[in-house]
Write a protein that binds this ligand. Structure first.
Ligand code: CP3
Length: 361
């Protein structure tokens, strides 16, 4: 926040061609790029002293509602880490505020939803809202960020997937076992599908609006869907994911990400997305075979490896690039977000290393 004025100084002009020829956008089209593009989930976050400084002055939700500071944080990460793409600073849970669920981030406890969804009536009582209006602050952040970003750096918009959003709504916050979510699914299938339809509509509208505001690609975070069996995924989740993606009408490339999803990939690949993100629990080459080489893949370094020494980081990066075999359509990323205690130096080392090693492939 210290230097908000600097934001208005350098307005970069957006050039579609430069963006479209960037390594990240090429990889989404499975075209050969000079180096393997890399960006990191949670690349703007608590591991950065500059972010913690900003957060010492304002709450997380307050930050998310302030387009200028969101733009500053988004650009700061790109600047410091030299990554190939930016992701807009925002959160998947913000649309839940618009549904009237009273979202709060409690220090140490993570998100709390004060009015969780527990029965048919709760689903019926969710507020309907206009996405563009209610989430206009996210769109303003995207417009501002697009202006401030270097002209060759693509900006990723994002949303939570319907299942992952539903899990927060039903559990009332984070969960390990997702018991309430599954119980709701089995006990109230009609209400479950109704809820998933509501969320699917919000997600596709919010993503479309983000692309129209200036995002070059979008990522759908289905972080916790790996807790489901293949049968439940196929029955309760996948049709809504398909619908969400279909409603984007190919307006921009789409990335679908989940953790612990090796068993679900052969189903998820049926959704018309361009790239699938996988975590470190699976082998990248095996996952890619399952997804099919007609889709791009993103991943998949264990975030905890960034606590290790540089030699260990190097070995693991070599392993992953080895599994990708220089095949066009690989975007390097972590298998999940950067952890708060991660040394900044190791993150910078990782980015340079991926560029250096992949240039030789
Ligand atoms: O990746 C980025 O740099 C963009 C920003 C971003 C945030 N959240 C900022 C954030 C993105 C892409 C997200 C997505 C998100 N949010 C997901 C999907 C990805 C994942 O991690 O699985 C989920 C599940 C959420 C929900 C959420 N937001 C939780 C559970 C928490 C609390 C726990 C935690 O990790 O802090 C948040 C808070 C949050 N979102 C922070 C940030 C930088 C930390 C807030 C702080 O400053 O204290």
């Amino acid at each position: 926040m210290s230097d908000l004025n600097s934001l208005t100084k350098t307005h970069h002009k957006t050039d579609g061609n430069i963006l479209s020829n960037s390594p990240f956008m090429k990889a989404l089209r499975r075209e050969k790029a000079e180096t393997t593009p890399i960006w990191l989930m949670r690349q703007a976050g608590r591991f950065m002293p500059e972010y913690r400084e900003i957060r010492s002055k304002m709450g997380f939700l307050e930050l998310c509602h302030n387009p200028q500071v969101c733009a500053e944080v988004t650009c700061m990460a790109v600047d410091m880490l030299n990554v190939d793409a930016a992701i807009i600073f925002s959160d998947i849970l913000l649309p839940l505020q618009s549904l009237g669920c009273e979202l709060e981030f409690v220090k140490g406890d993570g998100p709390v939803i004060h009015k969780p969804v527990r029965n048919v009536e709760d689903v019926a009582n969710l507020l309907s809202f206009d996405c563009a209006e209610s989430l206009s602050y996210v769109l303003d952040a995207i417009k501002l960020t697009r202006k401030e970003l270097p002209a060759h750096i693509p900006l990723i918009g994002f949303a939570g997937a319907p299942f992952t959003l539903a899990s927060y709504l039903i559990e009332g916050g984070s969960s390990r076992s997702f018991e309430k979510t599954k119980r709701f699914m089995y006990a109230e299938p009609a209400a479950w599908h109704q809820l998933m339809k509501i969320l699917s509509k919000i997600v596709s509208e919010h993503l479309t609006n983000q692309v129209n505001a200036g995002a070059q690609a979008v990522q759908i975070f289905d972080s916790w869907v790996g807790c489901l069996s293949r049968w439940d995924y196929a029955e309760y989740v996948y049709p809504h994911l398909r619908e969400t993606v279909a409603n984007l009408n190919k307006i921009a490339p789409v990335i679908y990400f989940g953790t612990d999803t090796a068993h679900l990939l052969s189903i998820a690949k049926g959704a018309d997305v361009d790239m699938i993100g996988v975590d470190w629990r699976c082998d990248l080459d095996e996952a890619w075979r399952t997804i099919g080489h007609d889709k791009a893949i993103q991943g998949n370094l264990d975030p905890v490896i960034l606590y290790a020494d540089k030699q260990t980081i190097r070995e693991r990066v070599e392993q992953i690039l080895g599994k990708a075999k220089g095949r066009p359509g690989h975007v390097f990323n972590l298998g999940h977000g950067v952890l708060p205690q991660t040394p900044v130096d190791n993150v910078k080392y990782l980015v340079e290393l991926v560029r250096e090693l992949s240039a030789k492939q």
